[in-house]
Write a protein that binds this ligand. Structure first.
Ligand code: CP
Length: 339
């Protein structure tokens, strides 16, 4: 394999991955390029064997107490690719939390046995709290936020940026593009994390299309305004997606509905992308969705060349491999000249 010259490595090493706001433009460009480089190792048995040797001395705990398919499996696979042995808890009821142990004590216990904790939780801010707690212990293992309530999903946002970067590479990249996000924007953590990352690009316009009840939260609105990002909020659907360079569909996040809420009172059907809408989209529109989907994205659209969400999902595994190498400081070993 030929040597690939990577862009300048960010000067601040990754300690934890808690929020998309940790990433600036140079670190995003570095991550995208590192991911491209890593994918080249996938092309040969020797390349994969080399990747598997990078972190074969490390162990990780995947603590996922909120449902997940792709984030869990892509992180699990990413760990396998770089040789990390992964163990898992997917239900707090199977841990000593069931006996009354606090989540803080449970996570500190994991840190006694592993070198990395990848966690998904329904509780906003829990990852930050655990990272601060462990940083004050003699064994401060890194934390990766794999989704924290309606708050943040930073590695999803990283794979979204990677997918946009690749999909728009022949059109000048993300700078200057109009990205339309549709759906439950109030509680959709992927939208929050991705919007913050998009603030790193020049001249981006964000269109937020949602029912009035699901508009973006005040803190995101404030942050985007402070960063000088041009954005519009609308309850229109078709006029919002028309002309956008990328459309990012999301599902209704009704797992956060309280029982007292009248589930289903918001008519969400207006925000469904159906095959009949495709002619209204740009010919080169990038159609994305963090998945899982329900009815908001017609499976018929899967066959359209503009649909990038299955690729987006697979990109997630490689971006997570890159994140793991950065976290353990072995990313500089990815550009070996010969394999
Ligand atoms: N996109 C995403 O976070 O999917 P999962 O909930 O399946 O992990």
């Amino acid at each position: 394999m030929d040597a690939i010259s990577l862009k300048q490595k960010p000067s601040t090493p990754l300690r934890h991955v808690l929020s998309s706001s940790q990433f600036d433009r140079p670190s995003l460009e570095y991550l995208c390029q590192l991911t491209n480089t890593i994918r080249r190792f996938d092309k040969s048995r020797e390349g994969l064997a080399y990747l598997a040797s990078l972190l074969s001395h490390k162990r990780a705990m995947l603590y996922f107490t909120q449902p997940s398919t792709r984030t869990f499996l892509s992180f699990h696979s990413a760990c396998q690719i770089v040789g990390i042995t992964a163990s898992e808890i997917r239900d707090a009821a199977t841990s000593s939390e069931r006996k009354g142990e606090s989540v803080e004590d449970s996570l500190r216990t994991f840190s006694s046995y592993v070198d990395l904790i990848i966690m998904r939780s329904p509780i906003a801010g829990l990852c930050d709290r655990i990272a601060a707690l462990l940083d004050a212990t003699p064994r401060p293992v890194p934390i990766i936020n794999a989704g924290s309530g309606p708050d943040e999903h930073p590695t999803q946002a990283l794979l979204d940026i990677y997918t946009l970067t690749r999909s728009l590479r022949t059109r000048g990249g993300i700078d200057g593009k109009t990205i339309c996000m549709v759906g439950d924007l109030k509680r959709g953590r992927t939208v929050r994390s991705l919007s913050r990352l998009l603030a790193n690009y020049q001249g981006v316009t964000l269109r937020f299309s949602s029912p009035p009840a699901f508009r973006i939260a005040d803190d995101l609105r404030r942050d985007l305004a402070a960063a000088g990002v041009a954005f519009v909020e609308t309850d229109e659907f078709l006029s919002a997606v028309a002309g956008a360079d990328a459309v990012y569909m999301t599902r209704i996040q009704d797992e956060y509905d309280l029982e007292a809420d009248a589930r289903g009172t918001v008519d969400y059907r207006r925000y469904h992308l159906r095959a009949e809408h495709l002619p209204a989209l740009r010919e080169d529109c990038v159609i994305m969705h963090p998945l899982p989907r329900r009815d908001e994205l017609d499976p018929e659209i899967d066959r359209d060349p503009r649909a990038k969400y299955w690729r987006q999902e697979r990109n997630g595994m490689w971006v997570r491999v890159a994140v793991l190498t950065m976290l353990f400081g072995v990313d500089n070993r990815v550009e070996l000249p010969e394999l």
